[in-house]
Design a binder for this molecule. Structure first.
Ligand code: HEC
Ligand code: HEC
Length: 352
């Protein structure tokens, strides 16, 4: 009898631990989806977020062949198609014409050699999304779900609601990635978001950046950064080489250290984190040129989101140190310093 009680107690403990372990999402503690946080609450949120245990980048080599057969596999394959051929499916000339993506998701959430979007190390990968969300969005200071983030990515793509086949497919894909790469619950993973780069202690130089761009980038992204369209573009064929004008002034990629950290382990194609092609100095200069030499539209305000003049005003402590828009910094000397650096902590982005 005693033995059975002990066994039952043991089983209960296991169940309790399993209960904790199967928690699919980050422990938000006292925060709830949709809640608006204050600046100090935001700081606390990210402190907890960063303190999650870290799992190394998985060594598993996943390929398209690992996608299961049957209805689940079909959903996953559809998601791969949406994320790879976004322009043809939801873009303004695509089948569904939702939102305005004139760029494919995979252009930034890059694929490893396996062709699966969001699997390349340090290119904003999708492997750990189910642990990373719900998450605080520093522009709106709201706790958002991963599907909210997906909708933000298509700039006013409200048609891509949670109950669409397309959102369900993409969520199934994210689940499958986490499972297949054997990512534990509640962890952060190394290799996610962007690389930590060895920044030179000097300002970024858009003049040398122009030269680097012309020699290493312009053949694909074009002399004006417009990329190259496929024949049949107006019928939804999309780009063969993506435009570098997809992000607005004030968007994440408009911040030079942020863009440099993206470019360094990914561009020109063939570059990887362990075998980059540009030096960190070349990456910051190229990023400076891309964010200086081409005309862009300013980030637009929306019901939730502040426009460029007020961006990050709700979260002064979380505003990136290198967020430079002339609308907010009237002193030209100060503007140049914030935009081109050198920065105190360029490897840090709030919330990564
Ligand atoms: C021009 C580059 C670019 C394109 C194209 C793009 N994204 Fe993103 N995406 C980003 C950046 C930068 C972030 C980080 C934003 C942040 O954390 O606030 C991001 C974040 C995300 C996240 C959350 C990742 C994380 O680590 O927090 C998801 C999910 C996502 N994007 C999905 C998509 C989908 C789906 C598409 C296509 C419809 C897409 N993105 C297209 C640049 C891009
Ligand atoms: C051989 C063609 C080629 C060259 C050269 C090249 N890129 Fe790319 N670039 C691509 C492709 C293709 C993608 C989309 C990602 C993918 O499909 O792997 C991309 C994606 C990007 C993106 C993210 C998507 C976007 O359009 O905003 C940036 C930023 C970028 N490249 C910058 C650069 C920079 C900077 C250089 C030069 C140092 C460069 N690229 C050189 C082909 C090229």
């Amino acid at each position: 009898m005693k033995k059975i009680t002990a066994l039952a107690a043991f089983a209960a403990v296991i169940i309790i631990f399993a209960g904790i372990n199967v928690r699919a999402e980050y422990n938000l503690g006292k925060f709830k989806v949709g809640q608006t946080l204050t600046d100090p609450e935001g700081v606390l949120f990210f402190k907890e977020y960063r303190s999650r245990p870290e799992q190394p980048w998985p060594e598993i080599k996943l390929t398209e062949k690992d996608i299961p057969k049957g209805p689940r596999g079909e959903m996953i394959r559809y998601a791969v198609d949406i994320l790879t051929n976004t322009e043809s499916i939801i873009g303004p000339y695509g089948k569904l014409k939702w939102g305005e993506p004139e760029i494919n998701c995979v252009a930034c959430h890059m694929a490893d050699e396996n062709g699966l979007p969001g699997t390349k190390e340090y290119a904003l990968p999708f492997l750990n999304l189910l642990n990373d969300y719900p998450k605080l969005d520093i522009e709106t200071m709201k706790i958002i779900t991963v599907t909210d983030r997906v909708r933000q990515m298509v700039h006013g793509g409200p048609k891509w609601t949670d109950d669409t086949k397309e959102m369900k497919a993409v969520m199934e894909y994210f689940k499958w990635l986490k499972e297949s790469y054997k990512i534990k619950n509640g962890v952060r993973i190394d290799g996610t978001f962007l690389i930590k780069m060895d920044f030179p202690d000097r300002p970024a130089n858009p003049v040398s950046g122009e030269k680097i761009y012309k020699e290493n980038c312009a053949m694909c992204h074009g002399p004006e950064g417009r990329g190259k369209k496929n024949p049949g573009y107006e019928k939804g064929a999309g780009h063969i080489y993506p435009s570098l004008l997809a992000w607005p002034d004030g968007g994440h990629m408009s911040m030079i250290p942020f863009l440099a950290r993206f470019i360094y382990p990914t561009m020109p194609p063939g570059a990887t984190a362990s075998d980059p092609i540009l030096t960190p100095g070349e990456a910051i200069d190229a990023a400076a040129y891309i964010n200086t030499g081409f005309a862009r539209n300013p980030i637009q305000g929306s019901e939730n989101r502040a426009g460029i003049e007020a961006a990050y005003s709700k979260a002064p402590s979380l505003k990136p140190e290198y967020f430079a828009v002339p609308q907010q910094i009237l002193d030209p000397k100060e503007y140049i310093k914030i935009k081109y650096g050198p920065w105190k902590n360029p490897n840090f982005f709030p919330g990564e």
